[in-house]
Design a protein around this ligand. Sequence first.
Ligand code: SER
Length: 325
Amino acid sequence: MIRKSSILITGAGGEVGSQLIQLLSNQENLNIVTLDLHPLESTISSMVSNQITGNVLDQNLLEQINFEFEIKEIYHLAAVLSTRAELSPNIAHDININGTMNFLELALKQSKSQDYNVKFFFPSSIAVYGVENQKNKVYQENESQNPITIYGANKLYAEKLGLYYSQHYNQLSNNQNFIDFRSLRFPGLISASTIPSGGTSDFIPEMWHEIKKQNYYECFVNEESRLPFLAMPDAISAIEKLMQYEKELPSRIYNVTSFNPSAKEFFNFIKNKNKNAKISYNVNPIRQKIVDSWPSDINDNLAKKEWGWAPHYDLEKTMNEYLQY
Ligand code: SER
């Protein structure tokens, strides 16, 4: 049987997955295979060649995927996000760690059978950091790696697993085939088309969507809360650029960011456009603690230097052109 040359996207129905599919589906002759717990929305599923509904922990399903497809790239997006993970650490560990192991193993099997180094994209997060003073910026990727959340600990360990399965460690074992692991530590993401759920950076995108809908938002963190952010198109083009980069990527794991308004500053931006906008603050202590442990800003010079990353949308452009308030 001839296996179809494909790319595989897990968690394909999520915020990032659905946007990524739209971008990748423009490439000619690309067989896109998706895996998600739920069926994809019809607008997205029409862009996909093979849609699989199932769980990232289902070994039989993984064997079937391995048997049926020749996978060149894996985008492993399936994850339990930070706030939800705090409520069910066991489930978070299963999905975020065991699920990731399953796909690293799949990538390795595929690399061996094809004699080709399968590219593996992993969305990491600013949650890998744990800072004592939130006002301080994180300047380097290897600084302040003391996450206080299960989600952050999961992301950090999954990064290490990715490195383990990639070239450096495989050279230690004289293995010819390895995984070409590539990862971005995403800040909060804001999308014009979807509202996130289960995350902690959600207060910024929620604020925009709720005020657009009903002129009012009750914010779950205090007005001083400040996190780094990217507009969704920049997040998607960062993934594309990182995955298409042909030369060696010495560091493999990179911060990416663009702007970092506080909750109050973001609200004032909206208020400038919409005089009826109103906000109140009802602080959720668990979510506030998570935000306070993440850096208010990160440096992404490593990505700029190693593969030419640059964001297109700053805050003004995000508001005026992308979100079009
Ligand atoms: N945006 C994510 C969250 O808040 C962090 O990666 O969970």
